[in-house]
Ligand binder design. Structure first.
Ligand SMILES: [Mn+2]
Length: 476
């Protein structure tokens, strides 16, 4: 969820004309070691190849993409993670790669042309002494390993191929920055600027939407990874339920959850944990985690794991002392009710929200909230449901998706109504992950209780256990 700083990469690559001047600076950033994230599993090469073929069938010119370089971030804690669209199409999670896909061959066209080329940095034994071995174009069997017919050196092959291609196929497809001016990620801007310099006659077209459309429907492998990410997150939430009590700091319970994720094989958090007690429960993306949890606090725990690159997104709201106050329970039950009516309506063909239509899942959840309960002024609660009802999850915790598009089998979305009343220091969000199936949906996070009675029961049993343990140790 959090952004990254990109300035180093842009200054190294944006303007080849001044590259010589920057040479020293750039070798300095090469020396700052970034660690590549080791993903537990990867889909078979055939799956990535199939995605590339689907994309190549939709264009009339080459698709040209760059992965991240590993120099996007200078922090010592930075661990390299591939640009997500690049990963989706290649399964390649190392720095400095490029990809060129030629449009699908016309019927009866030449078949001896290399239509997909993966570009990797040449082997660099000096760098490998620090960072460990990276795969490189000269490795034996590199084609079979990566699933590409051709694997070439980025340094010596990428630009020259771009210069050749533009002569016959001037429509270039890449990911254009998502905002034209002062917007977009520096990585995307750098790629565009580089292409404009290397091939000024090229007409640049955006391929973002086509990749996004593919990413919305999850493959069986992706579903398995997401299920594992959800499972690890549920384990962590159950631990947090058992551990939760006044006197602990927000960061302490969050640390336990991160530990459960990591011990279970998660390679990273799906996003920076959001863990807000009392007044912090009403800040949607609260990330300070510094409050001492107090008796009577309500606590929002929006924490989930990443597994093999895929992120779950789970939220539960707990009473710090194990028992909801009547008001907390009232608001909690309204949020739960809203989630349940949305779940009852979720099926292929349903949509979250379309302008001018009133039958979206968002409308259903909003109407429920707005017609149940009141604030201190006696006003309806709809005004306190201040975010969308859900979103796709995948390689990104906010994966590409369309709020107005019809849900389809194979999509995985969150359903997460919430009510946030700052005047009462009372925020409640309940968030679950849902796989759309042919016949309806599957609640992937069903193992984690949402019912307030069940939550109180788990917390009470854990409190009893704690008392027993501390009695035992004081008797010893
Ligand atoms: Mn979410």
């Amino acid at each position: 969820m959090s952004g990254r700083a990109w300035s180093v990469r842009s200054s190294c690559l944006a303007k080849p004309a001044i590259r010589a001047l920057l040479g020293l600076f750039c070798s300095a950033c090469l020396a700052s070691a970034s660690k590549a994230q080791e993903r537990r599993e990867r889909e078979p090469n055939s799956v990535y190849a199939e995605r590339r073929a689907k994309l190549a069938a939709q264009v009339d010119g080459p698709i040209i993409l760059w992965g991240f370089t590993g120099r996007e971030e200078g922090s010592q804690t930075y661990i390299f993670e591939q640009e997500q669209n690049f990963y989706y199409l290649t399964g390649h999670n190392e720095e400095g790669a490029g990809l060129i896909l030629l449009p699908a061959a016309p019927e009866g066209g030449a078949t001896n042309v290399e239509r997909e080329i993966l570009f990797l940095p040449a082997k660099n034994p000096q760098k490998e002494k620090w960072n460990g071995v990276r795969i490189s174009p000269a490795d034996p069997g590199i084609e079979a390993r990566t699933g590409f017919v051709a694997v070439k050196s980025f340094e010596s092959g990428f630009r020259s191929l771009v210069e050749i291609l533009v002569k016959t196929l001037p429509n270039f497809y890449t990911i254009l920055p998502y905002e034209k001016e002062l917007g977009g990620f520096p990585h995307e801007k750098a790629v565009v600027e580089w292409l404009q310099l290397a091939a000024p006659q090229a007409k640049l077209k955006d391929i973002r939407a086509q990749i996004g459309a593919l990413r919305q429907i999850k493959s069986p492998g992706e579903i398995a990874f997401l299920k594992q990410a959800v499972d690890l997150s549920l384990d962590a939430h159950l631990e947090a339920m058992k551990m939760m009590r006044p006197g602990l700091y927000e960061y302490q319970v969050a640390a336990k959850m991160v530990e459960v994720h990591a011990m279970g094989g998660s390679e990273a958090e799906g996003y920076a944990p959001i863990f807000g007690a009392g007044p912090n429960s009403t800040a949607l993306h609260y990330d300070k985690l510094s409050r001492k949890i107090e008796d009577g606090d309500i606590v929002v725990l929006d924490v989930a794991a990443q597994y093999s690159g895929y992120s779950a997104d789970i939220t539960r709201t707990l009473p710090a002392n194990g028992k909801f106050t009547p008001r907390q329970r009232e608001i909690y039950s309204i949020v739960l009710g809203a989630q349940n009516v949305a779940l009852a309506a979720i099926r292929p063909g349903a949509h979250f929200f379309c302008k001018g239509k009133k039958d979206g899942l968002m409308n259903i959840a909003y109407d429920f909230i707005n017609s149940h309960g009141k604030d201190r002024e006696g006003k309806p609660l709809g005004q306190y449901f201040i975010h969308g009802l859900g979103h796709d999850i995948g390689l990104n915790v906010h994966d590409p998706g369309e709020y107005c598009g019809p849900l389809q089998p194979g999509m995985i979305v969150t359903i997460e109504p919430g009510i946030y009343i700052p005047e009462e220091q009372l925020g409640v969000r309940i968030e679950d992950d849902v796989l759309i199936t042919e016949s309806g949906y599957k609640l992937l996070s069903v193992r984690l209780p949402r019912d307030p009675d069940e939550i109180e029961k788990i917390m009470a049993a854990a409190a009893k256990e704690r008392t027993k343990e501390s009695k035992k140790s004081s008797d010893d």
